[in-house]
Design a protein around this ligand. Structure first.
Ligand code: 4NP
Length: 589
């Protein structure tokens, strides 16, 4: 068995690569998050001396934008051993004690914002989705309650703003403006049925992304004049790129608009319409400060770096970042995008990362992303990098429902999860064989990707030699019953209220059909994709004499924030793939 343990080393080195993400600048310090000490915490870097201090311990989840008018950083922290029972805290960016904001029982906080004085949060309990307002030094107050989804994206000028499913249409997002004086919530949409998201305030102006006028674009709505306009930009470098999605945007301190546009899984960043020179890949966040910009960047072949870019000279340097270990860099091939045809003729985009350590055709993994409203882009993904470093080609389909390819494509999953998207995932395996990349194929994914893995292995068993399902969904009925108000609402939107589909779209319904060996990994305290339905699936696997592994990660939740837990997810999967895919000991092939 020595060889097996040897195989874990490159995975360990990749999982332990520190990740960095810029949050904002205040008091001459760049606030950023990093897992460099084993868990994702907040740090700040003194921009004049270059030295860093650690601000938090034990991990953070949501982090509010940092404001130049306050040295405080506001964030949510899980106090429930992974159950996503959060409390809101603040800490001084220059260092000091973490302080809890009193008055809110721990609950799922999925949006937190701060204007320098007031904190606003969207949170969920078993019963309802809520809006909370907290004044520093004062008590937290629940100011609004609903059964639908509302996500806070900004607070300022006496208002809390955000988006949600506010008119009962699962295909739409409207904006909301909550007035902190009258305590009234107003709903706004430029066009009924359109998708509007993540408004950012500057005075009375709201900058947001909308599909009201066709493909997604950024617009500015003035809450006083009630006028809708295009953002005013001094430069026009962005013209002609035809972005399908705006992944990040906001205002500079002096009211200029910055944004990150995405097309075909790669982004470009602009401040006031002037492009920020960055390498190919994806920018996940941008922090403009005066004539400088701090950009968090990665690609499928390079882990996160925070670049400091001088907009005037175009000069850039890496402020924070980690190098890929040479043995991994040698093995991870170029990432490229392909479009293949699914069973019903739909063109589906996928990213392919070939392994330089695998023959062609060779063992291949179809990696299915979570969400489902997310995508695999040309940005760092430790699972994909580990697979390629170990000698597996990876095909990562952006199945129907994925974001980044337009609103029509995103909506195709609503009312049909586990339907057309499953055909697209099976299509990725067929493409991998037909193109000469794969001689045998496994499937792997986490969360919605874990669900797809379980469904694909049981309902379309002939496509796969093996499969690894992390934090999957085995039974929609039981998962729905165990969900809090936010996730109940989420499932209602995903199924467009068609709960009669729950049975037909659940892996447990097809468990008898399973052919390939399956490796199941699940966090014990997962409150998004709860463990119990998966244990019921495992009971059936046992009764039916199927080949499976089950690994429960103790004291961990859905969001893997500890490096140690990430290893506990990946190590069993890697050893399993070595046994059932690499050495060809599996079901098919
Ligand atoms: P994700 O998580 O894939 O990590 O974003 C979830 C996706 C879907 C559901 C729950 C969690 N769901 O219940 O539909």
């Amino acid at each position: 068995m020595t060889e097996a343990w040897e195989r874990l080393r490159p995975v360990e080195s990749l999982v332990k690569l520190p990740l960095y993400s810029a949050v904002g600048v205040t008091s001459g310090r760049l606030v950023y998050s990093s897992n460099v000490e084993g868990v994702r915490d907040l740090w700040s870097l003194d921009l004049s001396t270059g030295s860093s201090v650690r601000l938090t311990r034990g991990g953070v989840s949501a982090v509010a934008a940092v404001r130049p008018n306050s040295p405080l950083v506001v964030y949510a922290k899980d106090v429930g051993a992974g159950r996503e029972l959060h409390q809101v805290f603040c800490v001084d960016a220059r260092g000091g004690e973490e302080r809890a904001i009193e008055g809110m029982e721990p609950r799922r906080v999925f949006g937190v914002e701060f204007d320098g004085e007031i904190v606003a949060a969207s949170a969920a309990s078993e019963r309802s989705v809520e809006l909370w307002v907290m004044r520093l030094g004062g008590e937290a107050e629940r100011v609004y309650e609903t059964k639908s989804i509302i996500v806070v994206s900004d607070v300022g000028s006496g208002k809390v703003v955000g988006h949600g499913v506010l008119r009962g249409n699962p295909r739409a997002f409207e904006l909301f403006v909550f007035d902190l004086e009258s305590l009234e919530l107003e709903v706004f949409t430029p066009r009924e049925g359109s998708l509007n998201r993540a408004p950012r305030l500057w005075g009375s102006k709201l900058l947001f992304a909308t599909t009201a006028f066709g493909r997604e674009r950024l617009v500015v709505y003035d809450l006083e004049t009630k006028e809708l306009a295009e953002p005013e930009l001094r430069y026009r470098d962005h013209e002609g790129y035809d972005f399908t999605e705006y992944v990040a945007y906001g205002w500079t301190a002096d009211g200029r608009v910055w944004f990150v546009g995405k097309r075909d899984g790669r982004t470009r960043a602009f401040v006031d319409g002037r492009e920020v020179p960055l390498p190919e890949g994806c920018v996940t966040n941008l922090v403009p400060v005066g004539s400088r910009v701090y950009a968090t960047h990665s690609s499928l072949a390079s882990p996160h770096s925070v670049y400091e870019v001088d907009l005037e000279s175009g000069e850039r340097r890496v402020l924070l970042g980690a190098e890929l270990p040479p043995e991994a860099a040698e093995r991870i091939g170029e990432a490229y995008m392909v479009w293949y045809e699914s069973a019903d003729g739909l063109k589906v985009p996928a990213f392919v990362v070939e392994s330089r350590a695998a023959p062609r055709p060779g063992p291949t993994v179809v990696y299915v992303h979570g969400g489902p409203w997310a995508d695999v882009a040309d940005s760092w993904n430790v699972m994909i990098a580990s697979l390629a470093a170990l000698g597996y080609h990876v095909v990562a389909p952006n199945f129907r429902g994925s974001t980044g390819y337009g609103e029509e494509f995103r909506r195709m999953i609503i009312g049909d999860p586990g339907g057309g998207d499953l055909a697209d995932v099976v299509g990725a395996a067929e493409w991998a064989r037909a193109s000469g990349l794969a001689d045998r194929v496994a499937i792997m994914g986490y969360s919605y990707g874990g669900y797809m893995t379980l469904l694909a292995l049981t309902k379309r068993p002939d496509a796969w030699s093996a499969g690894c399902a992390g934090a999957g969904i085995a039974d929609w009925e039981e998962t729905y019953e165990l969900s809090d108000a936010l996730y109940k609402s989420f499932i209602e939107v995903l199924f467009a209220g068609r709960s009669e589909l729950f049975r037909e779209r659940s892996p447990i319904t097809y468990v008898e059909g399973l052919k390939a060996p399956v490796c199941i990994v699940h966090p014990q305290n997962d409150t998004r994709t709860p463990l119990r339905p998966v244990l019921h699936l495992v009971e059936r696997l046992l009764e039916l004499g199927k080949t499976f592994e089950l690994h429960v990660i103790p004291d961990a939740g859905h969001a893997i924030v500890k490096v140690e837990d990430a290893l506990k997810v990946l190590f069993p999967m890697v050893l399993f793939l070595d046994r059932y895919l690499r050495s060809g000991g599996g079901g098919r092939g």
